[in-house]
Design a protein around this ligand. Structure first.
Ligand code: NAI
Length: 294
């Protein structure tokens, strides 16, 4: 712990500005958290609604965590919505949090790598894609690292720090130090589909989807898991993560896990029934709360 604190202090000298691409559930949450912890943050998204939503969420977080109006304003001033990605050019760390699609992420890297500072680190919040696959085509694969935060960012302490074959030790150290700097708990893991957490979590979530498809109600599944000691049941977890993200993760891990997501689930995703973020998944959401019948 002492070592982590020292790493965090050193990181403050080298990481002052973070540019985040993708202002959805994760990118928005990470941006708000970094600004709260004193970093300058530029937040880029191709969708103005995502940016507006993320900014609103961040302001709520600053008010809740800081209490004092003036301090909340100071934190707000550190976070700049940046639809054109101007901040890319001077960020010390660029963190990508766009959807879990290999080709989309690779294409984005082709566009942004030449615009980044030569000593900047590129991090991906991917939850399942091996870093080596993401690194293919990069001029500097040694600067790419996985930084896998969990949802919701302000509550979840763990960050998986994922090393690809080509990730340099310097990049890895910097990613570890960055996570410590913003008071998260960095855990180094090797690059394999699903890393550690999703390798354990995804089969469990998938099995729950299969049971739901077989006729077990979502409430029953969640109540059983909560009785067993889980903080949140599997149906509610899938709704929180986003059905689209869960489906993509399951597909990236298809060689490793038993079974496939049921057709009903793919059908929901095709109809934009994505969980909490669209107001309906396994549950309907009113004011952010699942409407359970039991
Ligand atoms: P999301 O769907 O909530 O947000 C993605 C955002 O990226 C959207 O606002 C979209 O407009 C934007 N976007 C897409 N393409 C873009 C581009 N080329 N340039 C700029 N913006 C672009 O997705 P979410 O859930 O935040 O996931 C993002 C990443 O984080 C994925 O890799 C996912 O696997 C990972 N992740 C997700 C978790 C979750 O619980 N949802 C947990 C941990 C990791």
């Amino acid at each position: 712990q002492q070592e982590m604190k020292a790493q965090g202090r050193n990181a403050r000298d080298t990481i002052q500005h973070v540019h985040i691409i993708g202002a959805g559930a994760m990118g928005g949450g990470i941006a708000a958290w970094c600004a709260l912890k004193g970093l300058r943050v530029t937040l880029q998204d191709q969708n103005p609604e995502s940016l507006a939503e993320a900014y609103k969420h961040a302001n709520g977080l600053f008010r809740d965590k800081l209490g004092d109006k003036r301090l909340a304003m100071v934190a707000r001033d550190r976070l700049t919505p940046d639809p054109e990605g101007v901040g890319l050019a001077w960020a010390d760390l660029v963190l990508e949090a766009i959807p879990e699609k290999l080709e989309a992420k690779r294409q984005l890297y082709q566009e942004i790598e030449p615009r980044m500072k030569s000593d900047a680190t590129l991090a991906s919040n991917t939850s399942s894609i091996p870093i080596d696959e993401l690194a293919r085509g990069l001029a500097h694969p040694e600067r790419l690292v996985g930084l896998h935060f969990f949802n919701p960012v302000e509550k979840m302490l763990l960050v998986e720090v994922i090393k690809g074959d080509k990730t340099s030790q310097q990049t890895l150290d910097r990613a570890m130090a960055f996570a410590a700097l913003i008071k998260r708990v960095p855990t180094p893991v090797n690059s394999a589909p699903g890393f550690f957490v999703n390798r354990v979590l995804t089969p469990y979530l998938l099995e729950a989807m299969i049971m739901f498809d077989e006729g077990v109600p979502a409430e029953t599944l969640d109540a059983a898991a909560e009785e067993f000691g889980m903080a949140m049941g599997p149906a509610e977890t899938v709704d929180l993560v986003g059905l689209d993200i869960c489906l993509d993760v399951a597909e990236h891990m298809s060689g490793l896990i038993r079974g496939d997501a049921p057709a009903m689930f793919k059908n929901w995703v095709s109809k934009e029934r994505l969980g909490r973020k669209t107001g309906q998944g396994f549950y309907e959401y009113k004011d952010g709360e699942p409407q359970k019948t039991k």
